[in-house]
Design a protein around this ligand. Structure first.
Ligand code: AMP
Length: 286
């Protein structure tokens, strides 16, 4: 008998809670425990392995887990080439090269011959090589941003989301060498042998991530405004137009990008829309 499908997820760190919310929002019921290594999902035939974020690519690669959730930066650092089944829309960060404000360097190529401190040596070395830059990569496990002040390095490569830590440490960003977010990865062997089970997990998780990117928009408007409103909200296919008891009025329902709401509202009001409701979507399966 084949064993239950295993999904490896972070047991601590920045991606732990966001991953756990994604799984809960997808309808998986499981015990959230800091101490156990593995739990069975109560309502679906799936086991969760709680492991260190940086070990996940390796565990999926060697087949210990069939699927995993980790950062794209860690895939690059581990140098494993695994299928990315979905970008999950959280854990956004960038791997950035930075120098002290007073440094003469203006572009990444100016770091040729420099000492570059980083906790991401493999990804940094590979990206520098790809760009033909021969730098001396100094591996540090922590406090990378103080390395130039300590005289340990001329530049650093570090993960940033806002960039404020670099600013506080008197550093200037030179270049983004990698853009990352959390992703769902799969082992090639499992994807071939258990494709239906893997697809079910991909569908359930992307239903949530797609839903988060969208909003359900409802509004009332004069029937004569429908053409103008439809031009403003292309939505997913055509909007739904429902007649109201007052036959000069209609209700319009549509799904729009969450990020576009701010710009849409003034145009919709100008076109005659009123009683506008903007609702979150729990899951969206196109
Ligand atoms: P952890 O070290 O366990 O907290 O997890 C770090 C992972 O979170 C990284 O490998 C990235 O994929 C992601 N991440 C998102 N934003 C940041 C950030 N500002 N700094 C470091 N890691 C980040």
């Amino acid at each position: 008998m084949t064993r239950t499908m295993r999904l490896a997820i972070p047991n601590k760190g920045r991606l732990r809670d966001t991953t756990s919310s994604l799984l809960s929002d997808a309808g998986l019921e499981f015990e959230k425990s800091d101490r156990t290594l593995s739990v069975s999902v109560r309502n679906v035939d799936l086991d969760l392995l709680f492991v260190r974020t940086e070990d996940i690519a390796e565990l999926v690669s060697d087949g210990t887990a069939d699927l995993g959730i980790t950062g794209q930066d860690l895939l690059a650092e581990n140098g494993v080439d695994l299928p990315v089944l979905a970008e999950l829309g959280f854990g956004h960060c960038r791997l950035v090269a930075a120098v002290p404000k007073a440094s003469p360097a203006e572009k990444l190529e100016d770091l040729a011959g420099a000492r570059v401190a980083t906790a991401h040596p493999n990804a940094t070395r590979r990206i520098f090589e790809e760009r033909g830059i021969d730098a001396d990569i100094v591996t540090l496990r922590g406090s990378v941003e103080v390395a130039p002040k300590l005289g340990v390095a001329d530049a650093i490569v570090d993960l940033v989301s806002t960039g404020s830590t670099m600013l506080v440490n008197g550093l200037r960003q030179l270049d983004t060498i990698l853009v990352s977010q959390a992703v769902l990865i799969g082992s090639q062997a499992s994807l071939e042998a258990r494709s239906a089970e893997a697809d079910a997990v991909v569908t359930a998780l992307t239903a949530v991530t797609e839903g988060r990117r969208k909003r359900y928009l409802l509004l009332n408007a004069p029937a004569s405004s429908v053409g103008a409103i439809q031009r403003i909200i292309p939505g997913m296919g055509a909007p739904t137009v429902v007649p109201l008891a007052d036959d000069t009025m209609v209700a319009v329902h549509s799904v729009v990008d969450a990020g576009s709401i701010w710009n849409l509202l003034p145009d919709l009001k100008a076109a005659g829309a009123r009683d506008i409701l903007v609702l979150r979507i729990e899951q969206l399966i196109p």
